[in-house]
Design a binder for this molecule. Sequence first.
Ligand SMILES: Nc1ncnc2c1ncn2[C@@H]1O[C@H](COP(=O)(O)OP(=O)(O)OP(=O)(O)O)[C@@H](O)[C@H]1O
Ligand SMILES: O=c1ccn([C@@H]2O[C@H](COP(=O)(O)O)[C@@H](O)[C@H]2O)c(=O)[nH]1
Length: 231
Amino acid sequence: MPLYDVKLLCRSFVQTQIYLAFMGTVVDAANKEANGSAAEKKTTVVFVLGGPGSGKGTQCANIVQHFGYTHLSAGDLLRAEIKSGSENGTMIQNMIKEGKIVPSEVTIKLLQKAILENGNDKFLIDGFPRNEENRAAFEEVTKIEPEFVLFFDCSEEEMERRLLGRNQGREDDNIETIRKRFKVFLESSLPVVQYYESKGKVRKIDAAKPIEEVFEAVKAVFNAKDEKAAA
Ligand SMILES: Nc1ncnc2c1ncn2[C@@H]1O[C@H](COP(=O)(O)OP(=O)(O)OP(=O)(O)O)[C@@H](O)[C@H]1O
Ligand SMILES: O=c1ccn([C@@H]2O[C@H](COP(=O)(O)O)[C@@H](O)[C@H]2O)c(=O)[nH]1
């Protein structure tokens, strides 16, 4: 091949490489924007975990009042999705009736949207992640790691009593579904708590006590966080 052709070939190879590298950067940037990178918003997230009926929602309402967080209940977001007539509505409804865990991508999309649409920068995410797959997918998609995990510890006997007395007309507050929810909690959700425990992120609360006493313990956790941040 004449020297001139070799030079031309080399130049066009180099140009192609530069173009591909440039396009790679453009695509990365576009993906970041499409994911709505909630982490870039400097978002503080506290996961609120515990068995069904352990009092997560009740205490989140108190935390919102005292500490200015926004409460995002994954279960409430899924129930709103059913009501909205979304294409996933029937699937979600069936999963909830059976006490099963809705696919991660559905729940994460709802959570991410709620975070990005909200002006606040600190969130209580209640009832999520419910299994290891939820946890890993959330961190992968949002790039957010929780500040800590508030874990409400309560006996099944007490949780069952509370759920049967809740009287909010929830389709899953019947003894058959409650038993299934307990099983899913033990088998799939507790390992998530154990994972965060191994990272020193779990703040365990005795949730069997009366509401006011539980909140005293919760307040101590959030006050300690604020004091640490101010130091
Ligand atoms: N410490 C408590 N002592 C007695 N009853 C409580 C306590 N905390 C909450 N309850 C009551 O128990 C029921 C369940 O509480 P809550 O809805 O807060 O639980 P949850 O953990 O959010 O449940 P779920 O996971 O099913 O959404 C409610 O009727 C609530 O008023
Ligand atoms: O991340 C989640 C949260 C909830 N679900 C489903 O909803 C019900 C009710 O959840 P609550 O937290 O008690 O409101 C739960 O049993 C699951 O079926 C879910 O799949 N993923």
